[in-house]
Design a protein around this ligand. Structure first.
Ligand code: MN
Length: 724
């Protein structure tokens, strides 16, 4: 049983000047908070934080980490708050305990390997200080060592999570010893039968072969002495899990099990390592394909060693790992061996952070003269460019930073994206453009009538979502253009008494289509709808001389002139045009025409018919192509408010502004915005008013112009978007 004094003794061995008071305080606080709590084993709860702290001391971590080990469960399991921890132990300890508590909340449910990898990265991405991960690993290690006290179902879940998430994380951080123990413990609980069988078989083999470990070790030692190489030789049985997974990989059963012994030589330098390898290969025959030079080519986690497998007397194979003491330290403890003081937080600006992290590890290998240098803190953002989120079912999705619920929706399914009306993040409704954070649980809400809009393309960061949105919009735009083109040409045909449908039925249009390079009639319609081809130029070709003489029908003239549009209620709603049923129209934003005002329609490229004020400068612009103009007229003038912007030029005299305001108010008109600039004895006021129609506007303008001191009243056409 670990006592608090054992921890102090251990820390003292590698850091004699450690902050004992901090550890005392943490110990007393933890003991008090956990008082009365018991573990499943029936022991006092405090046993657990003590063991975790001891494991951390074994990793030779700083006293902050060890204090966090003592305190790691107080936020989760007691009434202590983070504020309280901060007050008592400072921000560092409070943040670290909070970090451990947060990652402990996410339980991994075994899924496919892809999910496990994403989950692992998510856990790493959530921490800004690697000490959080180390404390979590120590916590998991002690829980695994005492797993037998839990009910079976829980045991399996924890062991699975350990095997798929925590052992690989330990491996990634180069912590070979912890990784090995976590794997063996998980294996034992996940496959108890296989574990016992294998263990029995290995023990039996060892007893049959006598003191095989000792004999090989003695031989190795003798050979090293003979060649005047200093080296420390150890021998052991490989870990149960590594033997078992290899048996599974090679599809062999226990009867064929030979390769279960491993020896390690710790040499003084790299040259001696290679010399040892040569000596071993002279003595025993190496197994082809099993010689690995991880010194020349380190593993991604910076593991370095020479590996070989040779066959000794009686056909007994065994593996030998040869490395220097420094390499051995990294192989066993990985990142924990590399604990260098680092001021401040690294990783705010991303790219360097990853580099720095790798670079430090590399640099350390060249500069390992004093591995005892105590390394204090390594704050780092491991995945600064990614964010990890959950579905309500616990699937993890990784996104680039800045991704929104819309990206999430498209990640689930294209249709879910198209129909996305909203999202709940961690149970709360949020705007669709809200950036997601690590650990967010995202639920997408869909509606049957929802469709993508133009703004959506700016609200996503994944190319998949953007592509899907654009694709949909383009298809939609094309459909609308086809629809518009069809209506325009049918109207035009009717006007000249051309029987359009009959022409289609008789394939009379084939020539025109070929001439324009259109494969299908829809393509022609689309180009007319886009305004690339005018309806009249097509219809004209089918007008007989007789029809020409008669001229356009009266009905045609009337209909062409009286295209009525309904006042629109919101900028997002398409405006209907009478006679065109469901024509895609909208009020041009440059002039926002008012009911009663003279207006013209203009076939835009792909967006339908824009309705402008006849006075709009854009309409008079030379760019305006007469072929694309269609006549429109106001329909029934329902109650509705339009924003009109006026500019008043006045003498800058006292009370004039008050008279302007009261004049407007007397006409029962709302002022939405008002801004006045003064200078040179003159004042200019910009007004945005709510106006019902042209008559209303004229009345307001007349009344204002009549005021004493008002010099000019002008309507401005660069009006902002109507949001009424
Ligand atoms: Mn714990």
């Amino acid at each position: 049983m670990i006592r608090f004094e054992d921890i102090l003794d251990k820390v003292e061995t590698y850091k004699p000047d450690f902050d004992e008071e901090l550890l005392q305080k943490a110990y007393i606080f933890s003991a008090r908070e956990h008082k009365g709590q018991v573990r499943s084993s029936g022991e006092p709860y405090l046993i657990h934080p003590l063991n975790v702290a001891y494991i951390l001391a074994d990793m030779r971590l700083d006293e902050t980490s060890i204090a966090v080990g003592l305190l790691h469960d107080v936020l989760e399991d007691t009434l202590t708050t983070k504020e309280k921890l901060e007050e008592l132990f400072g921000e560092d300890v409070a943040d670290l305990v909070d970090g451990v508590t947060k990652i402990s909340r996410y339980a991994y449910v075994s899924k496919e390997e892809q999910q496990a990898e994403t989950f692992r990265k998510m856990l790493l991405a959530m921490v800004s200080d690697l000490r959080v991960v180390l404390v979590k690993l120590a916590d998991r290690l002690h829980n695994m060592r005492t797993l037998q006290f839990l009910p079976e179902e829980k045991r399996i879940a924890v062991a699975n999570e350990t095997m798929e998430i925590y052992a690989p994380i330990a491996n990634r951080l180069g912590m070979g010893r912890i990784k090995g123990e976590l794997e063996d413990l998980s294996f034992r609980h996940l496959h108890p039968r296989e574990y016992e069988d294998l263990k029995g078989a290995v023990e039996e083999k060892l007893s049959v072969s006598g003191d095989v470990v000792d004999r090989i070790r003695a031989t190795l030692n003798g050979k090293l002495r003979e060649n005047e190489i200093e080296g420390e030789v150890t021998g052991r049985v490989k870990s149960m899990y590594s033997i078992w997974s290899k048996m599974r990989r090679q599809e062999i059963d226990i009867g064929q099990l030979y390769d279960y012994l491993a020896f390690r030589i710790i040499a003084n330098n790299v040259k001696d390592c290679y010399a040892c390898l040569g000596i071993i290969h002279q003595m025993w025959r190496p197994v082809p394909g099993r010689i690995k030079d991880y010194i020349a080519m380190p593993k991604p986690n910076f593991y370095q060693s020479l590996h070989t497998t040779v066959v000794a007397e009686r056909g007994q194979p065994f593996e030998v790992q040869i490395r220097t003491r420094d390499m051995d330290l990294i192989a066993e403890q990985g990142i924990a061996a590399h604990w260098k003081y680092k001021e401040g937080r690294v990783g705010a600006s991303s790219e360097d952070a990853n580099f720095l992290w790798l670079r430090q590890l590399v640099e350390w290998q060249n500069d390992i003269k004093d591995p005892r240098v105590f390394m204090n803190s390594l704050k780092i953002d491991l995945y600064p460019d990614e964010v990890y989120t959950f579905t309500p079912k616990g699937d993890v999705f990784a996104f680039p930073r800045g991704a929104t619920p819309l990206d999430f929706a498209y990640r689930i399914h294209t249709d879910v994206g198209h129909r996305c009306v909203g999202a709940r993040v961690n149970g709360k409704l949020v705007p669709l453009r809200t950036p997601l954070k690590n650990g967010d649980i995202v639920e997408i809400l869909t509606g049957t009538t929802q469709t993508p809009s133009r703004e959506w393309a700016n609200m996503v960061v994944t190319s998949r979502a953007r592509h899907k949105i654009r694709h949909w919009l383009n298809a939609e735009q094309k459909n609308r253009s086809i629809e518009l083109g069809r209506k325009l040409i049918e109207k035009e045909a009717k006007k000249y008494r051309v029987q359009w449908r009959k022409l289609i039925a008789e394939n009379a249009l084939d020539g025109v289509l070929t001439e324009h390079g259109f494969g299908r009639l829809e393509d022609l319609y689309a180009d007319i709808g886009y305004g690339k081809v005018s309806a009249r130029s097509i219809v004209e070709r089918f007008v007989t001389d007789e029809q020409k003489e008669k001229g356009p029908t009266d009905e045609g003239v009337i209909q062409a002139a009286v295209r009525k549009i309904f006042p629109f209620t919101s900028a997002a709603t398409a405006i209907k045009v009478k006679g065109y049923d469901d024509l895609m129209t909208y009020l041009a934003k440059c002039c926002n025409p008012l009911p009663g005002e003279r207006i013209v329609g203009y076939v835009t490229r792909g967006k339908g018919v824009a309705v402008h004020s006849a006075n709009c400068p854009n309409v008079k612009n030379l760019m305006f192509n007469p072929d694309r103009e269609i006549a429109v007229e106001w329909a029934d003038q329902r109650q509705s408010q339009y924003f009109v912007e006026l500019e008043l030029l006045m003498e800058d005299r006292q009370g004039i502004l008050a008279r302007v305001v009261s004049t407007i108010a007397n006409l029962k008109t709302n002022i939405r915005q008002m801004e006045t600039r003064a200078g040179d004895g003159k004042a200019t006021t910009d007004l945005v008013l709510e106006i019902a129609d042209l008559k209303h506007l004229e009345k307001v303008v007349r009344s204002l112009a009549a005021l004493e001191g008002v010099l000019r009243v002008d309507r401005k056409y660069n009006i902002r978007q109507n949001t009424a």
